[in-house]
Design a protein around this ligand. Structure first.
Ligand SMILES: C[S@@+](CC[C@H](N)C(=O)[O-])C[C@H]1O[C@@H](n2cnc3c(N)ncnc32)[C@H](O)[C@@H]1O
Length: 237
């Protein structure tokens, strides 16, 4: 099953991912600086970090005064998130395609889900759970692989289908095969708009200047075409 491949891949790469997350250009100088601009003021807010990985976002948000509860399918990632944030935050092993039973209705101000939804085939239940745990007018902030980039990168010939795709990542130690789901743009947005949210901002991110220094080749590529897409969905009152 794809989920097992995803779990195994992140279990294997967790330690290296954790070691690199502060400086890996696609995370540190592309995803995070852009995705973070979509979060409202976080001080005093309760944030659900869905697919928290090694807890880098949680660290940043807690320094700014948020309370964070993180979930990730990979036990190794959850251990590392706890190590990174030893005095604050709660982190749990959890598959986001299952119900978030630990989280009460209308208890969160923000759900953050960075670079993870593309590992889930059917987003409907996940988005319905985000809706349930959010307070009225609460926001979900998402970053995902850009659907147009995935279409090109995986040389798809079936734009309108949701397809299982895989590639090999070489940037986190030993090469690791990573499976995910490529889907059309509409399938990235409609699970939100059909389940009680409106999209109020969509961002096709640009890399920061630090990226140019760290990796000039990909800096140029990302200025020519986006690899990721970020958006904010707001719970209708
Ligand atoms: C690219 S990492 C992003 C981690 C973190 N959000 C960040 O940006 O630093 C993707 C994460 O999604 C997690 N993940 C994948 N499928 C998941 C699922 N079904 N439920 C929960 N977490 C999942 C992986 O274990 C991994 O930690």
């Amino acid at each position: 099953m794809i989920k097992d491949f995803v779990l195994q891949a992140y279990q294997k790469m967790a330690q290296r991912y954790h070691e690199l997350i502060d400086i890996k250009p696609h995370n540190a100088y592309y995803d995070r600086p852009n995705t973070l601009t979509l979060l409202p003021e976080v001080a005093g807010k309760v944030i659900l970090d869905a697919a928290c990985g090694p807890g880098k976002y949680a660290e940043i948000l807690m320094v700014k005064g948020a309370t964070v509860i993180g979930f990730d399918i990979s036990p190794n990632m959850v251990t590392l998130a706890r190590e990174r944030n030893p005095t604050q935050g709660e982190f749990f092993v959890h598959d986001l395609s299952e119900s978030l039973d630990k989280v009460a209705d209308a208890s969160c101000d923000i759900v953050l889900c960075a670079l993870a939804l593309h590992y889930i085939e059917d987003w409907t239940h996940t988005i319905q759970e985000f809706y349930r745990v959010l307070k009225p007018k609460g926001a979900v902030v998402i970053s995902i692989e850009h659907p147009f980039n995935d279409f090109n990168f995986f040389q798809s010939t079936a734009y309108f289908q949701t397809e299982n795709v895989q590639c090999v990542w070489k940037g986190f130690g030993q090469p690791i095969e990573v499976h995910s789901y490529r889907r059309p743009l509409q399938a990235c947005l409609s699970p939100f708009t059909e389940n009680g949210f409106y999209i109020d901002t969509l961002l096709e991110p640009k890399p920061t200047q630090e990226f140019a220094v760290a990796d000039p080749k990909h800096f140029k590529e990302l200025n020519d075409f986006p690899a990721f897409m970020c958006f904010r969905a707001v719970k209708r009152a």
